[in-house]
Design a protein around this ligand. Structure first.
Ligand SMILES: [Zn+2]
Ligand SMILES: [Zn+2]
Length: 358
C-alpha cells in the first residue's frame, strides 16, 4: 500500500468499493462513525478527535451568554467580521499556508508562536495538517478526507470521521507522518508515545496550549470590552469552526464541475475560486491547488489576498525570513501564454484577410 493511502485511519464504511468507486455512507453511518471516533472509553487514542469536538462544545456557554445576556447589534457586527475575515484569514495563514504547506518561514520562533495564537483556538493543528496532504494528492477521489462527492455531511463530519491519523502505523511510517508537523512547534510524540496516544501531537501540549490560548483571549477581550465582547468573539469562533467544514464542500463545487472559464485554471480537480472565501480569507482555492506551496494565492486582478498581506508585512518587518510566491509563474503559464496564443491567432486571421484569394 502506498504511504499516502496508509496515513489516515480508514472509516468503518471504507473509502472505496472493489471497483474503486467512492463509498457513500448513509447519514446514520456518518453519525455513528463520528460518535465512535470520539469515544475515549472505547479507545483512549480517540482523545484528539474528542478534543476537537470538546473545544466546540465548551464554547456553547459563551454562545448562550452572548445571545441571552450581552447581545447588541454592534457586538454582532464585530462577531461577523471576526468569523468571516479575522479567524478565517488566520486559518489560511496558520493552518493552511504555514503548518501544512510550509509556504513561508519565520525568522524566530516567537513570531511563529504569536501567529499561531492570533486567534481563539478551535482545533488542534494535527487534525488539519496531516489529512490536508492527503486531500491534495487524492482531491475528489476515494480517500480524500473531505471528498465533496460524499455529500455535505461527509465533509461536515470529516474532522472526526476522516482526518485522524492511522493508529497502526509502523515506526518508519510514523516518523514520515510526524515530519509533516516538525516545523510547527507542536510537541511531537515519540513512537512509543504515539502507540499509547494514537496521535503525533502530545496531549499535554495540546490541552495546555488550548487552556492558555483561551485564558489569554478571554482575559484580553474582557479587559477591552467586558464579557460582551469576549462572549461575542467566542461565539464567532465556534461559528467559524462549524462553517469551515462547509468550505471543504463548496470549495470543490459541492462535488460538481463548476469551473469558470478565465477564472479556474486547474482542471485536474473540482476546486474553484470563490469570491467570499477568496476576498475575506485569501482562499482562492483553485489557484491554491495549482500552487499549493505559494504564500500568495490571489493571482488575478481583484483577487485580494489578506493572508498574503499579513505574510508579506511580516517579511517586511523581518519576522518572516523567506516565502514562496508563485504569482509570476502563474501569470507566465496561464495568462501570458494564453495572450500570446490569442495574438498569434489574431495576426494569422488578419494575414488571411489580407491574402488575396482567387
Ligand atoms: Zn482543495
Ligand atoms: Zn492546501
Amino acid at each position: 500500500m502506498a504511504f499516502i493511502d496508509n496515513i489516515l485511519q480508514t472509516p468503518s464504511y471504507g473509502w472505496q468499493d472493489e471497483k474503486g468507486e467512492l463509498i457513500k455512507p448513509t447519514k446514520k453511518q456518518l453519525w455513528s462513525e463520528a460518535f465512535s471516533r470520539i469515544n475515549v472509553f472505547k479507545d483512549k487514542r480517540n482523545w484528539i478527535s474528542l478534543t476537537s469536538w470538546l473545544m466546540a462544545t465548551l464554547m456553547a456557554p459563551f454562545v448562550y451568554l452572548f445571545f441571552v445576556h450581552y447581545f447588541s447589534w454592534p457586538l454582532l457586527a464585530v462577531a461577523i467580521v471576526y468569523t468571516f475575515i479575522m479567524i478565517s484569514t488566520h486559518g489560511t495563514i496558520w493552518f493552511h499556508r504555514y503548518c501544512t504547506h510550509k509556504a513561508f518561514k519565520f525568522s524566530h520562533p516567537i513570531f511563529r508562536i504569536i501567529t499561531q495564537n492570533l486567534a481563539i483556538k478551535t482545533f488542534p493543528e494535527e487534525i488539519y495538517v496531516i489529512s490536508h496532504h492527503v486531500h491534495h494528492v487524492k482531491s475528489d477521489m476515494p480517500g480524500d478526507p473531505y471528498n465533496p462527492k460524499g455529500g455535505l455531511l461527509y465533509c461536515m463530519l470529516s474532522d472526526v470521521n476522516h482526518q485522524s491519523i492511522n493508529k497502526e502505523l509502523s515506526e518508519a511510517d510514523y516518523k514520515r507522518v510526524a515530519f509533516f508537523m516538525q516545523h510547527t512547534g507542536v510537541w511531537i510524540n515519540s513512537y512509543k508515545q504515539y502507540q499509547k496516544w494514537g496521535s503525533v501531537a502530545s496531549p499535554v501540549y495540546t490541552i495546555g496550549l488550548w487552556f492558555l490560548n483561551w485564558a489569554f483571549w478571554y482575559g484580553t477581550l474582557y479587559l477591552i470590552g467586558g464579557h460582551g465582547l469576549a462572549t461575542a468573539l467566542f461565539t464567532a469562533a465556534v461559528v467559524w469552526f462549524v462553517g469551515v467544514r462547509a468550505f471543504n464542500y463548496t470549495g470543490h463545487g459541492g462535488g460538481e464541475e463548476k469551473h469558470v472559464h478565465g477564472v479556474d485554471f486547474d482542471r485536474s480537480n473540482l476546486s474553484i475560486n470563490q469570491a467570499r472565501p477568496g476576498l475575506f480569507a485569501g482562499e482562492w482555492h483553485n489557484n491554491h491547488h495549482l500552487y499549493p506551496g505559494s504564500a500568495r494565492a490571489g493571482f488575478l486582478p481583484g483577487q485580494l489576498d489578506l493572508a498574503w498581506i499579513y505574510i508579506y508585512s511580516l517579511y517586511k518587518i523581518g519576522a518572516v525570513s523567506s516565502y514562496h510566491d508563485s504569482k509570476k509563474d502563474f501569470i507566465r503559464k496561464y495568462i501570458a501564454a494564453k495572450q500570446e496564443k490569442e495574438m498569434v491567432k489574431t495576426s494569422a486571421a488578419t494575414r488571411n484577410e489580407l491574402t488575396p484569394t482567387n
